[in-house]
Design a protein around this ligand. Structure first.
Ligand code: I6G
Length: 778
């Protein structure tokens, strides 16, 4: 197919049907608040349409839902003159202001009795104007100064809650006004992404929405979680105006544009006040920031009669809520330890009222955030509190900094257990390394240890762990094995039988394989797969717990972060003590006892040097090829350490390489470390089996299991296949060699078929296992 290939009629129809369906689903989702299908189904059809449009570019229409991805960056936004100015609203700050407003409306209209008002939340976002001609979105603009705004059409087109084409019976022209906001959820997710990418984080959702709408590159705007809510119609051509504002809002909805679901008709001031208090109470749960509510006289003829005063309508008023931002003083920063060992700085503040609540603490996330804010103790800070979200420090008022302001420092030791604090390479969150003994982490550590995929201690559920710790019977995992049946039986809701069962389960868990025990220790970054790889490589716990990170880096899939996390864990004496206690209680941690031949084969001098360089040894200016030459020439670190210039040149190094090795030779601590690591490698090599075991029957195969199996669990199937040397992956890719599909297999099966990967059923799987002497129960 080429760009010029005209689409066949049935393809054109198919694309049109897909577009209609997607637009209809968007309408159901955004306007009716009644999703027709799960998101995955929307995404599936969306991909289908994208594919058709990619194959036949002539099918692409400007109002296709696929045309929301953003366009080329602009140099600047064009100016837009608003034909009907975008005015502001007068404010009411209390009940008296509101009563005055209602009295003025009565007086001007010269009417008595309750007035019909339309009330709705006042969203704290950015006012925008949307112009639709013959139903098609032709322009989106910011408010600007009310007279002139900026043309942000390309950004507005990326918002899924803004239809590119109106539905139903549309007027020749309509200009709709409303607010663009970012939800709390969208805001938190965006800031998390920004933080991760080392980009600027936004102080509040309003700033984030404003920054996103003012992106000259609409592809960036397209990735920002922005939402639109319409609140009025400014121009209407080709049809008569209705009688009421509420009729207009109903039309807007029918045209497929979202109007806030909280809009209500209220008669008289008392109904307005009831609305105000109801929304104020539910403010936190709305999911987006609001700074008040707006009341409008419903009858449009009355609106016209009332007119405007100093650029604000006399027929509407904004009833303001207490502010969500306040200024206060940072008294101190304390550090809290989370259940997973994450160390979080917390701001202790001079108490201040924010949004009607007294705030004296705020989160600071991590040390990078403190550096970004340039925060010192004693500073005046701006606090933001969105709904029931924990308040945040969003900025520092640097010009108010007192002379005695002090910098914030991360403590060297965990404030709960005194273990070292460690910030993994490339991460911003500092962590306590006392995973096994830290009081803040103890319950989580024990629950994880007992869990099914770890030590699988049946009967030791979360509630029982809580009770054991709360009663002081267990402080760390090794204490579990010191429990006796009588102590346990005395606990609430435990009887002799349950206690005896628990004792039996604990006894059974002593025979767990090394990989399970490693996983059960809850070392940061060590999931089940890494635990298996470590167990396979080292074969026993003692070699592993002493290993230098240089050796750990030779284990498949272990990178610097993981290696440093393991080393930090075992470096902590408390953790070593708990492991000793576990072993003393009879926990076996059974491995192969010997390191694997493949692992040991990797532990040569080249590996040590390459890893040392990665861990910042003074080897700058020497590349991989030269390190390989050194490894091949000298064989051991001892030989390299003693080499003179001549020997180094003989190995094939150039002058810069020689200089680099000289620097390494002069670095006593690196020399000692490399010598020690070399000794560890030699010891492992001595214990390794002579030949490689890579000749397992399924070595080199990557398999995927999908659907439900009836004769064995997927976990068991995985374990058995791995015993035969296969890698069992979680998703299908080009690397997959075959797929075993049980009942009701879904997307993985489909993908395998698309990629032409062989698919077999459960019988074939069982036959394969049986062929190699394995049965589900073996
Ligand atoms: O700034 C505003 C927020 C909400 C408004 C507004 C509104 O209605 C819910 N309505 C008007 C008429 C104006 N500003 C001028």
């Amino acid at each position: 197919m080429t760009r010029s290939t005209p689409p066949p009629a049935e393809i054109t129809e198919q694309a049109s049907a897909l577009r209609d369906k997607l637009n209809d689903w968007s309408y159901r989702y955004y306007v009716l608040d009644d999703p027709a299908v799960p998101d995955v189904e929307y995404d599936r059809l969306f991909r289908e349409l994208s594919k058709l449009e990619a194959d036949y570019p002539a099918l692409v229409s400007p109002d296709s839902p696929t045309q929301r991805v953003g366009d080329r960056p602009l140099d600047a936004f064009e100016e837009v003159r608003h034909e009907v100015p975008m005015l502001s609203l007068g404010n009411a700050f209390d009940d008296d202001d509101l009563t005055d407003f209602d009295r003025r409306v009565h007086e001007r209209l010269n009417v008595s009795g309750d007035i019909d008002y339309i009330a709705e939340p006042k969203l704290d976002g950015l006012a925008v104007s949307l112009v639709y001609e013959q139903g098609e979105l032709v322009r989106g603009a910011t408010r600007g100064d009310g007279e002139t705004g900026e043309d942000i059409t390309s950004n507005i087109r990326t918002l899924r809650s803004v239809p590119l084409r109106l539905r139903g019976d549309v007027p020749a022209l309509v200009e709709i006004r409303g607010e663009v906001v970012m939800t709390h959820q969208g805001f938190e997710a965006l800031n998390a992404r920004q933080r991760e990418a080392g980009n600027k984080v936004f102080a509040n959702p309003r700033n984030a929405a404003a920054g996103s709408l003012r992106q000259l590159d609409s592809r960036i705007a397209a990735e920002r979680p922005l939402d639109f809510f319409a609140y009025s119609v400014a121009r209407l051509e080709g049809r008569d105006w209705p009688r009421r504002h509420s009729d207009l809002l109903a039309w807007v909805r029918d045209w497929g544009i979202r109007v806030n679901r909280e809009v209500r008709q209220c008669q008289g001031v008392s109904a307005l006040l009831a609305f105000y208090h109801d929304i104020l109470e539910r403010r936190a749960a709305l999911g987006y920031d609001i700074d008040g509510v707006v009341y409008k006289v419903d009858r449009l003829d009355w609106q016209e009669q009332l007119g405007f005063v100093s650029r604000a309508p006399r027929w509407a008023v904004a009833h303001k809520f207490p502010a969500q931002e306040e200024i206060t003083v940072l008294r101190d920063v304390e550090f809290q330890v989370g259940r997973t060992g994450a160390i979080t700085p917390v701001a202790r503040l001079e108490p201040v009222q924010v949004g009607g609540v007294t705030v004296s603490n705020a989160t600071l996330h991590n040390m990078d955030e403190i550096a970004r804010l340039d925060l010192r103790i004693g500073d005046s800070v701006v606090i933001y509190r969105a709904g029931d979200v924990i308040p945040k420090v969003v900025s520092v008022l640097a010009d108010r900094r007192p002379d005695d302001a002090r910098p914030v420092q991360l403590p060297a030791a965990c404030p709960v257990c005194g273990s070292d604090i460690f910030t993994p390479e490339g991460e911003v969150i500092a962590r306590c390394t006392g995973g096994l003994i830290c009081g803040a982490q103890q319950k989580e550590a024990i629950k994880h240890f007992a869990s099914r995929r770890a030590m699988d201690i049946e009967g030791l559920g979360d509630k029982l762990v809580e009770a054991l710790v709360d009663q002081g019977l267990v402080n760390h995992i090794a204490d579990l094995y010191r429990l006796d049946a009588e102590q346990v039986a005395r606990l609430e809701r435990m009887g002799e039988k349950s206690a005896a069962n628990l004792m039996a389960a604990l006894e059974k868990s002593k025979q767990m394989p090394l990989a399970r025990v490693l996983f059960a220790l809850g070392i940061m970054q060590i999931g089940e797969e890494t635990a298996k790889a470590l167990a396979r490589a080292f074969g026993d716990l003692n070699a592993l717990r002493e290993a230098d990170p240089l050796l750990l880096l030779a284990v498949p899939d272990v990178g610097q972060k993981v290696a440093q996390s393991i080393a930090a864990f075992f470096h902590e004496q408390h953790n070593q003590d708990v492991i000793d206690a576990l072993l003393a209680q009879g926990v076996q941690a059974q491995g192969e006892d010997r390191p694997s031949a493949e692992f040991v084969a990797r532990l040569d001098l080249v590996h040590l040097l390459v890893s040392a360089k990665a861990l910042q040894a003074p080897l700058d200016g020497i590349g991989q090829t030269s390190l390989e030459k050194l490894g091949a020439h000298f064989g051991t670190f001892a030989a390299l350490r003693d080499a003179d210039d001549e020997a180094l040149l003989q190995s094939g190094l150039n002058a810069a390489g020689v200089e680099a090795v000289r620097r390494l030779q002069a670095d006593r601590s690196w020399c000692a470390r490399l010598a020690h690591a070399q000794a560890q490698c030699d010891a492992l090599r001595d214990r390794a089996p002579a030949s490689s075991s890579a000749s397992l029957p399924l070595a080199g195969e990557t398999l995927v299991l999908t659907g439900s199996l009836s004769r064995l669990t997927r976990d068991d199937a995985k374990a058995l296949l791995e015993q035969l040397g296969a890698k069992v992956a979680g998703s299908v890719s080009k690397k997959t060699s075959r797929v075993f599909a049980g009942e009701a297999a879904g997307s993985k099966l489909k993908k395998a078929e698309e990629l032409g990967i062989p698919v077999q059923d459960e019988d074939a799987l069982l036959a394969l296992l049986a062929e190699h002497g394995l049965t589900p129960d073996s």
